[in-house]
Design a protein around this ligand. Sequence first.
Ligand SMILES: Nc1nc2c(ncn2[C@@H]2O[C@H](COP(=O)(O)OP(=O)(O)OP(=O)(O)O)[C@@H](O)[C@H]2O)c(=O)[nH]1
Length: 377
Amino acid sequence: MEEDLTTDLSILQSHLDGMINRVQHNSNALRRFQAFERRLLNLNSLSEMIVHILEDGKAFFDLDVISLCLVDKENELSEYLIQDGFDIKTTKQLTLLKDRHQLKTLFGFAVKPYIGAYHPKCSEFFSYTDRKPISVALIPLIRRGKYLGSLNFGSFQQERFIDTMATDFIEHMISVVSICLENNLNFEMMRRTSLIDTLTGVNNRRFLEQRLGEEIDRCQRSGEPLSCLFLDIDYFKSINDTHGHQAGDYVLKQVSGSVKNLLRNNDVLARYGGEEFVALLSNLDESKLIAIAERIRCTVEALNMVFDGKPIQVTISIGAASYSAPKHILSSAADIAMRLIESADAALYQAKHNGRNRIENNGFIIDRTSIDSAASY
Ligand SMILES: Nc1nc2c(ncn2[C@@H]2O[C@H](COP(=O)(O)OP(=O)(O)OP(=O)(O)O)[C@@H](O)[C@H]2O)c(=O)[nH]1
């Protein structure tokens, strides 16, 4: 009798221990998730969010593999990320899908997370890793009935993700990550539209002013030169006068589009006003800068545009100027930005004055403040 009681007690104790362990495990998981969630809610760019999910998410949830897949139908996401300096190519855990079809077939209409054994259907989500997970939790990210992507967890242990597992935790995460993702996408879209020229689709002057300051800072840190091209379509008024304002708009779009195609992804092209554009190019010596400017000039000259059945041809004049940070930097970024633009504009004025359809280069602007103070050292 006493023995039976002792056995019962020890069984009870082990049940209790098991329950305490489970409660402890769940409360740890909850705490980890709350910390993850708090950080996620405080991020304000898409690239920061992706890095947080992939890097911190792996550690927070103690995963062997993690991947994120996002729908990027119109290449908008890639553009936002590239503009943010995010390296899509080397971030192998990120997959950008051209359509939602793959997610629809994977999750079906039930739109529930898939929790269980690794299935070849989800191989693309884990294609970046040689060792495939044994159990997975594939979490669809959905807002307003539309697939935004999926967050994919993998473990090398079979028992980590099993289909009988409670999913309320994961369902909560679907909502939080999806809302954050949607917010960030909306924010990026707003940021982008407020910095884009609606007619030509290139950046506007506001964006140029923001980026110029950042580029000067970067150039002062790295020691790499920064160059500015001021571009102006020749006799543009006569295009409007001869062919009409719509033809003028068409020319602006064609010219800016072809100039943009000649620049690198990281270069900036902005519409400065009317028929004037400014390009910022980094880390070029003067001969390369002039070669690029010459390529732009020739490409515009060779554009065979047709509007309303009538051929239109234009030429472009270009003024160039560059900045290279001196040893002792004393001028403010705003001052340098102003002088760089002024110098390129003065070169453009010369190009117009010297006959148009040509390039004039004003060379490197001089940081007068630093010369003065270097002399007084
Ligand atoms: N179609 C169109 N025309 C514009 C736009 N913005 C400015 N313009 C026109 O661009 C023309 C610029 O003319 P000007 O500043 O005299 O310059 P230009 O005729 O190109 O002569 P140069 O620059 O000296 O070669 C003006 O007629 C403006 O009305 C626009 O968004 N669309």
